[in-house]
Design a binder for this molecule. Structure first.
Ligand code: SF4
Length: 330
């Protein structure tokens, strides 16, 4: 067994040690015929930390559209005319609490309140605090994706009962300027660090299939590892008419599975949650493989501007893969 054999690299990852550059290159350039072995090792690594449990989470699109930012993949940007994304201000606490109740009935433990936009004024901050209380009242762990917040705003929301801050870095620092020109990558990184400093659980990942290279994928994973991010949402592009990426081909299921497995090797201690784009890339035919590829969580229900997989069929596939739903909110 050489240093660069899949078995040796998997043993290194299982022990929690960082992989060498050569080991990472070996994983990235793996012969596609060896994908089943890669997935099997990734699944074994995830089993060390997460057993045979899979976590489910859900979100509500609590405030949609008219976003000041120009993220090239996103239907909610005000810069992309012609998308059919709905536009509405923050839903009432009653509406958000009702969506949380439905998610709980479907087995979710964490519930994300997701709002478009970057800056949060004082009225919106009060609205978020009320939404957080409405989710907590349903017995779910409230998470919030509000854009970029200041340290003091994190403290206000934590007092209201907020447990988790969700903010994706989307891609590597190197690729980000090709994805978004209206704010700097550092602003996102600073907000994530401020949430950590406030003692919040942080969910921070990215979107794949937006023109990034394998080097970009590795760069993002290593940054998340160095920041100590323990929950990483993985999204895959669904090309949306009206956005600059409308005509980009979605990733193949094989490439997407390769990315999930790579992230499991690079982030052995972190929850990897498969979120948007799951239906587009994996459909229903590759669900079982996805569940044993190193992922440890799924977003269930509908995503922000695209429709999710059927919840009943998710539960069936979870049992068929020999997994069970994590009864806690990890
Ligand atoms: S990804 Fe977020 S910040 Fe970027 S355009 Fe969409 S809603 Fe706005």
């Amino acid at each position: 067994m050489t240093n660069l054999s899949l078995e040796h690299i998997a043993a290194t990852a299982r022990s929690g040690q960082a992989l060498s550059d050569a080991q990472i290159r070996a994983l990235v350039s793996l012969d596609p015929e060896r994908l089943p072995q890669l997935l099997a090792h990734a699944h074994a690594i995830r089993t060390v930390r997460f057993g045979n449990r899979i976590s489910l989470c859900a979100i509500v699109n609590a405030q949609s559209g008219r976003c000041s930012e120009d993220c090239s993949f996103c239907a909610q940007s005000a810069h992309h005319g012609g998308t059919e994304s709905p536009e509405y201000p923050l839903l009432s606490p009653q509406e958000i609490g009702g969506a949380a109740r439905t998610a709980k009935e479907h087995g979710a433990h964490r519930f994300g309140i997701v709002a478009s936009g970057k800056f949060v004024g004082s009225d919106l901050l009060k609205g978020f605090a009320a939404a957080v209380r409405a989710v907590a009242a349903q017995g779910l762990v409230p998470d919030l994706s509000p854009g970029i917040l200041e340290p003091e705003q994190f403290r206000v929301l934590k007092t209201a009962g907020l447990k988790g801050y969700h903010h994706n870095l989307e891609t590597s620092a190197s690729h980000f300027p090709k994805v978004c020109t209206t704010h700097a990558y550092d602003e996102d990184v600073r907000a994530v660090r401020a949430a950590m400093d406030a003692g919040l659980h942080v969910c921070c990942g990215g979107i794949f299939g937006i023109g990034e290279s394998w080097e970009d994928r590795v760069e993002l994973a290593l940054l998340l590892r160095s920041m100590g991010v323990r929950s990483v949402p993985m999204n895959f592009l669904t090309p949306i008419p009206g956005t600059p990426l409308a005509h980009r081909e979605p990733l193949s299921p094989e490439e997407a599975l390769h990315i999930v497995a790579l992230y499991r090797f690079l982030l052995p201690e972190s929850a990897l949650r498969i979120c948007g784009g799951r239906q587009t890339v994996f459909g229903s035919g590759r669900k079982k493989e996805l569940l044993v590829s190193g992922a440890s969580g799924l977003m269930v229900g509908d995503y922000l501007t695209t429709t999710g997989a059927g919840i009943a069929s998710d539960h069936e596939e979870i049992s068929r893969a020999g997994l069970s739903v994590n009864p806690t909110a990890v």
